[in-house]
Write a protein that binds this ligand. Sequence first.
Ligand code: FAD
Ligand code: SIN
Length: 552
Amino acid sequence: MGSPRIDSTAASGQTPIQVLVLGTGIAGLSAALKFAHKGCQVLLISKTNKEEGSTRYAQGGIASVWSKKDSFEEHKKDTQVAGAGLCHEDIVDLCVHEGPERVRELIELGVAFTKIRLADEADRFSLHREGGHGHRRILHADDLTGWAVEKALLERVAETPQITVMENHVAVDLITEGKVIRKHGRPGRCLGAYVLNAQSGEVLTLSADITVLATGGAGKVYLYTSNPDVATGDGVAMAYRAGARVANMEFIQFHPTCLYHPSARTFLITEALRGEGAVLKTAAGEEFMSRHHPLASLAPRDIVARAIDIEMKRSGDKHVFLDCTHFVAEDLKKKFPHIHQTCLQYGIDITSQPIPVVPAAHYICGGVRVDADALTSIAGLYAIGEVACTGLHGANRLASNSLLEAVVFAHRAVEHSSSLLAQQAQSPATALHYPPRLPQWDVGDAVPLEEQIDIAANWLEIRHLMWNYVGIVRSNRRLKRAQRRLELLKAEVNEYYWNYLLTKDLIELRNILTVAELIVKSALLRKESRGLHFTVDYPRTDDEGFRHDTIL
Ligand code: FAD
Ligand code: SIN
């Protein structure tokens, strides 16, 4: 389809690109490979180095119906129970049904999921179980699944000549027809993106037929998070500014068990460990989860995170413990080698000592609203992976359903958009891509920012206030306080944005502020408690008033 249209001039500006994919995690890489397979030319952009993103840190694995003992109905039911009444049934259905095929493709692409050999049987894939899952259905590569996926996909991308990768390039804003051509107030079609070369400081104008947002999550909006530094919600903020619909931003998932250690960056302790029998305990050694839920330590994440929050507030302790000292030591080391080694570096031998853990912001269930083909409300703009809100997760994501969602929707986005590109190739008169030249980024009177200190201070302030006022347990008073403070910060951040030349930090600061505002606004709109949104002012679920998505 089409002739190669990316050359060195693409990176410097106006050569039209067929497909521009922002993000090199599981979503972006899967889509890029599939577009290339269809004959498209793809430009793949990564904010820092191409490996960096949440994908590489995923531990537990990818959920998919794989065993004869399991069924699509059971996976659907578990997803919906976790989603607390807000999952879109059609989306759950298609994701669960298409999952095994997408997982098979990952295996064909070289992802080495762990296999086991049982007596007198051929090797088969090892299946883990995590919170909220009624069956073992999580394929994994030891406890480093994300790295196995990222590595295999990057290797395939490197072998694919139709894909060009640009690292250290930060998308700044989407370019829409409404903004640059016909300023009629509606977004119109997406025409590409402005992208900062983080090394040279130049802002490129990238014009594309199809733009795919695969920019991942927004954990860095919170002080404590399992997410890497790149997770600043850029895709949601850009799409919102461009006029796209954004949904369910109040549903922030806190992972219950991140390592608590003064000198550790937040390190996740996979839920699969609880799936194998690890037990949550207080500092006094008391098992407490069975007081909160019949599934005890394997209850859905929202319940476990809230229970830990309650226990920590009650006792005044800074953490609780995850105990796996009753495991056979050799089994534990074999099944969870990465966790064993990492904890050892911090002086904790998990075979003989309980692990100190705390909850941390982990996943955003909301995002850019898309349809079943991953199309946003802006023509030509698709959103896949954590940046998107497909309707799969509802008010709370079932563990290991996000890698699944990313591959299912990457596939769907490619199927949908490449048929449009094919029509264009056959009849150039219906060309999707216009106009040939877009306005260049205008720096106006902006000057270089000499001191980074204000950026860092504002960033920290946002993350602190989100943690303190918009965390696991919310109230009207705290949400309103957060809203007032964000309003003040907005004026300052806008001043930097317009007066100084762009840097990666400045772009990220502006985006985390936007995302924080969207979270607070959505949380204030939901006057009930449901899934991941719990407020002391409306502790009950109100199906009559609020069994619907929050759309901004
Ligand atoms: P990411 O993998 O986060 O990639 C985002 C990409 O976008 C990066 O390349 C980044 O550079 C780029 N980017 C961002 N902003 C810009 C910009 N402005 N310009 C250019 N590029 C940009 N889910 C599961 O299903 N199973 C698990 O076991 C699991 N474990 C997890 C463990 C951890 C520690 C974490 C943090 C998450 C885990 N999750 C898990 C969630 C899952 O890993 C993520 O939801 C998923 O990997 C997101 O993939 P993605 O492709 O959407 O984004
Ligand atoms: C984990 O391994 O506990 C994380 C799984 C997920 O976030 O889906």
